[in-house]
Design a protein around this ligand. Sequence first.
Ligand code: AP5
Length: 212
Amino acid sequence: MNLILFGAPGAGKGTQSNLLIQRDRLHHISTGDLLRGAIKSGSDLGVKAKSFIDKGELVPDELVIGLVKEVVVGKGPGFILDGFPRTVIQADALGQLLKGLRLEIQKAVFLHVPFDVLFSRLTGRRVCKSCGAVYHIVSKPSKKEGICDVCASELVQRNDDKDEVIANRLKTYEEFTMPLKSYFKQTGQYAEVDGDRDEESVYKSIKDLMIL
Ligand code: AP5
């Protein structure tokens, strides 16, 4: 089963991907994680990407499509695309790429979460500087404040989780990513899950879709 998880910033794509990787052994392809990795390594791509991410804008299609191509080629079936595609141009490019590799996406799962909930999820998110584990100061706090339960490293706030950047990310999402709902309805791959529930209930709904 190959899945796309899409939805607004903070909808829970990363959280659900982590459950699916651990429990269902799917491969995880997250363009957000790949781009943050490129920034950390100081590569040319990372330098270019940072200027867009820090403002809450999308990284240009050609850069992200090139990155995904490198990662998808060589992957067998059984993957989750998290945060890609995010524009209709990216969705078309993915269709072409997968056709060439004789792979296909069975479901494009939209995680629906109301905007007011998204804002508090993003402002309260903390991530481990070292292993990337994700917490929330209210709904999923670490045992020791500011310290990762998994590897004991420092928890930090993502640069793009600051109020002013969040507003722009949500605007960008509405303009460029929302149209993918109709796109995937037309391809017959669309499925919707109520993401405004506890993690386990959301996971169960995604699993139910996987056996349909
Ligand atoms: P990316 O890292 O993909 O960010 P995003 O899409 O904005 O999504 P987030 O990571 O913010 O949220 P999420 O849905 O994964 O939520 P999470 O599970 O962490 O991309 C970052 C940037 O990179 C983009 O803005 C763009 O610039 C660039 N980029 C990436 N892909 C691109 C592309 N394809 N094209 C162009 N540019 C691209 O959860 C959030 C919080 O909520 C956490 O604290 C979590 O604990 C909590 N939470 C999760 N689920 C629940 C729940 N069920 N109940 C209560 N709390 C929950």
